[in-house]
Design a protein around this ligand. Structure first.
Ligand code: ACM
Length: 680
């Protein structure tokens, strides 16, 4: 080639390759969650119209065709466009397709399967390429989230995304025992998991308060241990298929040897104390525990896990193992003698003996054992997985000793912490100082939805949208941790989750109507915008004695763990104090609204006795809003408030921290900042 020709070729290559511009900020303009690994922005956009057609490669699985069809319907639903295509099938001509999906093979529902994908959107068409159909499923979720609009219609921005997960295990655990969670609840949450690229549904199926799986071998497990609330085997198969169709594996948990009262309602002879036993109604840690020195226990588990291994195809079986207090072992002379005779020094070692016997059974049925971090013990072989929940110490120790591990500590969504708290909790914390080889033992993490204080009606509002941010932590690069940007994208994903069936937003309306009928709910909504349920497990120690049939319908059950108005007000205050003086009006409007809300809400409280308990919060909100307004006036006038005035105001803030109805105000720290500023 002549020199000139070569230069021309280079120029043409540069022109073509610059359709996409790699920019670190590429992802900043889009509202996708989790954020992709690599986003290159392009020029222009693909305009959506009724001619939009999707094609899949001929080797596409039924799973991919169904997922593509669902995506088509979701885009149609968002845009109101009457697409001509009814369903996405293999073998249909692809030349004119607007979206071409090409996969190399069908993926296995298995840890470490390839989940990567490349999505290219150009004005002339879209391509989604993946090694497996599982990667393509993720790409479809990204695509649906990217649908945007302008005055001329609906569009997808030109871009190129190359994406793959950071961690192989990205889970959500749902406790279906403390409160039974019906099949529809499980399915809609599986859809929501798929929307944010989670891939492991950990199903907590046995507890003191209920045994939730039909066993044909041991029918008394549900016959006497479930109050009739359990999943039949055909429902379980249906749910597993539903999950696998969405790229999600199902890991069942049968919690042993503790947390096991419900098992003993039907089979008391396997317990360490004589019983009799009834399904537990209260919450807490209880004494009933399997007798690990009784050979009948292992015969029972052999038959039980044989049946469950056939029912649950996944390679993992979770055996729980948490919070065995060992009291019934201590009280049982036969068990104490056994321990002496076999040189078993303590309850932890006895539990390790039990776990080893269970591991033999699971191995026989081709299952790998996973358990909460209590199963970590020097006697245990290295082929078990440790789920760290009590702290990161066990995570570090597991990785250093050569056990695979995942992190749940910091992802306890039942504790009602903010989205940001969970978001900044990394499965591989920097300060663990693990070597690169040790890091390889960390498989990922799991959010845990324990169900003492949730019902099928409000559980979605505890899981979503916070778990979308946790999903981003598990999927996206470690340095994706801009909290403001996460919160910028959270409302969009929250609405998307609603589209796939999550009820976190919808059920709020009906829960409010239950309390106040058709009365004007605006004053209650104003309060709900700034209150949160109390954190951790302090609801149990605040005057109410909760059990499995307590109402979960009160204001605290409608309040969400990350109150939007309180958080947005906090951001506005931070920005204002950092120099964005134009936010003064917004802040003052908020404060005025809260100040005036007391009288409006009182009208509702007087009519609806169930609201009486939150009156102190409403009063405090009004009082502290007034303090905030005073502070704003001082700041605006450049007056320095006296130290006396400041300290009286701060005392009032302290008083306003007192919960009422097991809820608390979430906007206090922002108002405190204003008060402090007014004294500078
Ligand atoms: C647990 O939270 N007891 C695992």
């Amino acid at each position: 080639m002549k020199k000139n020709g070569y230069l021309w070729l280079c120029l043409i290559l540069v022109l073509f390759s610059s359709t996409f511009i790699l920019s670190a900020d590429g992802a900043k303009n889009i509202s996708v969650m989790p954020l992709p690994l690599k986003t290159e922005t392009g020029n222009g956009q693909f305009r959506l119209d009724e001619k939009f057609v999707v094609s899949v490669s001929n080797n596409a699985s039924d799973r991919l065709c169904s997922a593509a069809s669902r995506a088509l319907r979701r885009i149609s639903g968002k845009t109101g466009l009457f697409f001509q295509q009814d369903y996405v099938r293999t073998g249909e001509a692809s030349e004119n397709a607007s979206l071409k999906i090409i996969v190399e093979r069908t993926g296995k529902i298995k840890l470490h399967e390839d989940e990567s994908y490349t999505l290219t959107i150009e004005p002339g068409g879209i391509s989604l390429k993946a090694v497996t159909d599982l990667g393509a499923l993720h790409g479809l979720e990204t695509l649906v989230q990217l649908v945007d609009k302008d005055k001329d219609g609906y569009l997808l921005p030109a871009l190129k995304i190359e994406d793959a997960p950071r961690f192989a295990w990205r889970g959500l655990m749902i406790d279906a025992c403390r409160h039974f969670m019906p099949v529809e609840m499980i399915k809609r949450n599986i859809d929501a998991m798929a929307a944010v690229k989670l891939n492991v549904f950990h199903w907590h199926l046995s507890e003191d308060q209920g045994f939730r799986v039909e066993s044909k071998t041991f029918p008394k497990l549900t016959g006497l241990g479930s109050d009739g609330l359990f999943y039949t085997q055909s429902e379980i198969k249906d749910i597993i298929k539903y999950a696998e169709d969405r790229g999600i594996s199902v890991v069942p948990e049968f919690d042993i040897p503790g947390h096991s009262t419900a098992w003993f309602a039907g089979y008391p002879e396997l317990a360490s104390a004589p019983g009799p036993y009834k399904v537990e109604r209260k919450w807490g840690v209880f004494d009933p525990v399997f007798d690990p020195t009784n050979e009948e226990t292992y015969k029972f588990f052999d038959a039980f896990f044989k049946e469950m291994s056939e029912l649950f195809p996944n390679e993992y079986m979770h055996i729980g193992g948490d919070e065995n207090n060992g009291k019934d072992w201590k009280k049982n002379e036969k068990i104490q003698e056994y321990m002496k005779a076999h040189n078993i020094p303590d309850a932890h070692a006895l539990q390790a003996y039990f776990n080893k016997r269970i591991l033999e059974i699971l191995t026989k049925y081709n299952k790998k054992m996973i358990g909460w971090d209590e199963i970590l013990h020097p006697d245990m072989p290295k082929n078990i997985i440790i789920q760290s929940w009590r702290g990161v110490k066990s995570l570090k120790e597991s990785a250093q000793k050569g056990y695979q591990a995942l992190l749940s500590n910091g992802y306890y969504i039942d504790l009602c912490y903010s989205t940001a708290t969970h978001y900044l909790n990394d499965p591989l914390p920097e300060n663990l100082n693990l070597s690169d080889d040790e890091k390889k033992f960390i498989l990922g993490g799991e959010a845990t939805m324990w169900a003492e204080l949730v019902s099928p009606e409000n559980v979605d509002s505890r899981i979503w949208p916070r778990t979308a941010a946790i999903a981003e932590r598990f999927w996206s690069a470690q340095n994706v941790k801009d909290v403001r940007d996460m919160y910028r994208r959270l409302p969009a994903i929250s609405r998307e989750l609603e589209d796939v069936g999550a009820l976190h937003l919808k059920n709020r309306g009906s829960m409010i109507r239950r309390l106040i009928g058709y009365d004007d709910n605006s004053a209650l909504l104003t309060l709900l915008g700034v209150i949160e349920p109390v954190k951790e497990y302090s609801r149990h120690s605040q005057g109410k004695s909760y059990n499995s049939y307590s109402p979960l319908t009160r204001v605290v059950d409608i309040a969400v763990p990350d109150a939007d108005d309180a958080r947005n007000f906090g951001f506005a205050v931070d920005d204002f104090l950092a120099g964005k003086v134009e936010l003064e009006k917004e802040i003052t409007t908020w404060l005025q609204c809260w100040k005036d809300n007391k009288a409006k809400l009182l009208l509702l409280i007087d009519k609806n006795p169930v609201l009486k308990e939150i009156e102190p919060l409403s009063n405090s909100l009004s009082d502290i809003a007034e303090l905030g307004m005073d502070a704003m006036k001082q700041i605006k006038a450049h007056n320095k408030a006296s130290q006396d005035r400041i300290s009286i105001a701060l005392q009032k803030i302290k008083k306003a921290q007192e919960p009422a109805g097991q809820a608390e105000l979430a906007n206090l720290s922002a108002i405190e900042k204003l008060i402090k500023k007014s004294g500078e």
